[in-house]
Design a protein around this ligand. Structure first.
Ligand code: UDP
Ligand code: MG
Length: 326
């Protein structure tokens, strides 16, 4: 049995050595399992790639996938999953916020017959209050909008059986909100509790903009509720307009002063153009994604692979070649 550990890295020069040291220590305690560590360098601009090469030269368990540019966390994990050969695959951040020491416990649950073992944070040290608050708000919103239940306080730290990894590989969508996708596929899922530590070194790679983008991805790819919002606002606006019509007719035929009505007209026009702009924007958000999907571009490009004996079967290059043979 082989266990793969996928580590997305973006400018993680200050932590990468320590991460590997701790991963190796932990993985070596799992004597009955073979292991590999797949580092995905997500277009780092610092010495991350060079450090990874050194690690690879020292340790035959290390595999490296160098992406051609920065594709973002979710794509880096996707690339890692497509290159991982294990019977179980663990995804873990490079910054040691998710302690590698939890992995043996995850493996234990996997042996009990669970297909997904996700890390549930009981505690998040060293995160800003703003981040905790926005995260909470986001998960609340998600659980209202979407029927896919995405557990609260769960990040991307998890172990997946190869069956689950296989089903993720079969989901070619571009806006990848992996934790949602993993909940969506089903199988037997269970949580293990852990304390999330502060970042070992370096700074967060999730800027406010990236976080917002990630949240929009989550909502839009798992829910079409925002589209329905347009219908409901439309009904509400019609309700208000009906009252306005009664009022206008009353003024025209009973009291006889019509000029006063311009204020309500003005307000109604403004209000409706606002509603329409919002709705057009929402529809645009979905159409933009449809456009992105129909282009059928590969999700990422690999610049270089190190430590693999042959090109892993599940990458898009190979999928294309297989399709052509058929
Ligand atoms: N990461 C990545 N590509 C990116 C941004 C982040 O591969 O564009 C990796 C990063 O190296 C880390 C993980 O994703 O291993 C989580 O990022 P980070 O710790 O910065 O996020 P936070 O924990 O602050 O949410
Ligand atoms: Mg982090």
């Amino acid at each position: 049995m082989l266990i793969s550990v996928v580590v997305p890295c973006y400018n993680e020069e200050p932590v990468i050595r320590e991460t590997h040291r701790r991963l190796r220590l932990t993985l070596e305690t799992l004597t009955e399992l073979d292991h590999e560590v797949v580092y995905v360098d997500d277009g780092s601009s610092d010495a991350t790639a060079a450090l990874l090469r050194e690690l690879q030269a020292e340790d035959e368990h290390v595999r490296i996938v160098l992406l051609s540019r920065n594709f973002g966390h979710q794509m880096a994990v996707t690339a890692g999953l497509e290159h991982a050969a294990g019977d179980a695959v663990v995804v873990i951040d490079a910054d040691l916020q998710d302690p590698p020491e939890v992995i043996p416990e995850m493996v234990e649950r996997w042996r009990d017959g669970y297909h997904v073992v996700y890390g549930l944070r009981t505690d998040r040290e060293g995160e800003t209050r703003f981040k905790l608050w926005t995260a909470k708000l986001f998960y609340k919103l998600m659980s209202r909008l979407s029927r896919t239940k995405i557990p609260l306080e769960v990040g991307d730290f998890r172990l997946m059986d190869s069956k689950v990894v296989e089903s993720l590989r079969a989901m070619p969508e571009r806006d990848r909100f992996l934790r949602g996708m993993i909940s969506w596929v089903g199988f037997r899922q269970v949580a293990v509790l852990y304390r999330r530590s502060p970042r070992y070194a370096g700074v967060t790679k999730y800027s406010l903009g990236k976080m917002a983008r990630f949240a929009v991805d989550g909502v839009v790819s798992f829910s079409s509720a925002p589209l329905r919002l347009a219908i409901w606002t439309g009904f509400a606006a019609i309700g208000v307009a009906l009252l306005g019509i009664v009022y206008a007719l009353f003024g025209r035929f009973i009291t006889g002063d019509v000029v006063r009505g311009w204020a309500s007209l003005f307000v109604a026009v403004l209000f409706m153009s606002g509603v329409q702009l919002i709705c057009i924007g929402l529809i645009g958000e979905y159409i933009g994604r449809i456009y992105g999907e129909v282009k059928h571009r590969p999700l990422y490009f690999v610049q270089e692979r190190l430590g693999f004996t042959n090109t892993p079967r599940h990458t898009h290059e190979n999928r294309k070649a297989e399709a052509e043979q058929r």
